[in-house]
Design a protein around this ligand. Sequence first.
Ligand code: ZN
Ligand code: ZN
Length: 181
Amino acid sequence: MAPPAAGRPSASAAPEPPLREAAKRRRAPACAGAGARILSLGVRGAVMVAALVLFLLFAAAAVILMLALLVAARGFRQQGRRRHRASPDSSTPPPPPAVGLPSAKIRLLPSFVPCPCDGGGDGSSSSPRICPVCLDAARAGERWRALPACGHAFHAACVDRWLLLSPGCPVCRATVSVPVS
Ligand SMILES: [Zn+2]
Ligand SMILES: [Zn+2]
């Protein structure tokens, strides 16, 4: 606010002869001060309006976001309801997602019927063959399956059930690869 401060001393020296110039000097700073004040008021107003607009924009964005979230949540709920209705029998839970091997591929895995005289399967008949899934010993006539990836052997029924849920060997987690015949 330098102009009004500079203008006042000139106003005190007003009674000097060139009145018009003095008046001009008096008025010019006063006008400049008023202009600056109006300008500053305008700037303040503009800043306030800008802040208000920004605030409103943020509020609108927040409201839109909330609405979008609500709509998405409703959509998910409706989808869930539709899925629930789509299931043939609502009393039985829907089947778990198939992340294991398809049964058609499991059937292609090599199977064998171990000989009762065959103990560990490697010629040493000291200990009977044990299924790692059910911990039951091999009995005559049972069908077994050996996984081609790692050679681990199980009851066919035990490992088939396992492989429907998980594509890895129950013992060493080796990925079971179906032989292409
Ligand atoms: Zn078993
Ligand atoms: Zn294995």
